[in-house]
Ligand binder design. Sequence first.
Ligand code: AMP
Length: 142
Amino acid sequence: MKVEQTLSIIKPNAVSDNNIGNIIARFEQEGLRVAALKMVNLSKEKAEGFYIEHRERPFFGSLVSFMTSGPVMLMVLEGERAVDRNREIMGATNPADAEEGTLRKLYAKSLEANAVHGSDSLTSADREVSYFFEKSDVTDRF
Ligand code: AMP
């Protein structure tokens, strides 16, 4: 099975609720390795660029405001089927639809403040990882 890398973001609501450790612990328990990690305050420009595919959607402005409202944790997760497994662990985008035990069921406040982001495909993962991390920031397994 091919080892993949995917981008995970712990969003401002989960950071301010002190759930960083709980969320990272869950990824590690599921066998995903944290290959890179940094905590940042996103600028408006950086958040807009990240969500550029949603720029015409009615929630775009609000989403950018939310993502710049406090620090976020940016992570590269690595493992077999990492893209899909991260999405399974996160649960549905809308926490009202998320299954029991998923990160969004546990830690989301709303559709917008849904605790975590995860890349939705390998193509997105490549773009999103390189949007936030230099190649040299991403560690190798030892
Ligand atoms: P995605 O690119 O799938 O991660 O979607 C971007 C993010 O936009 C989601 O994770 C939600 O936080 C937010 N979002 C998606 N749909 C809506 C919506 N209808 N109203 C408000 N926020 C939304």
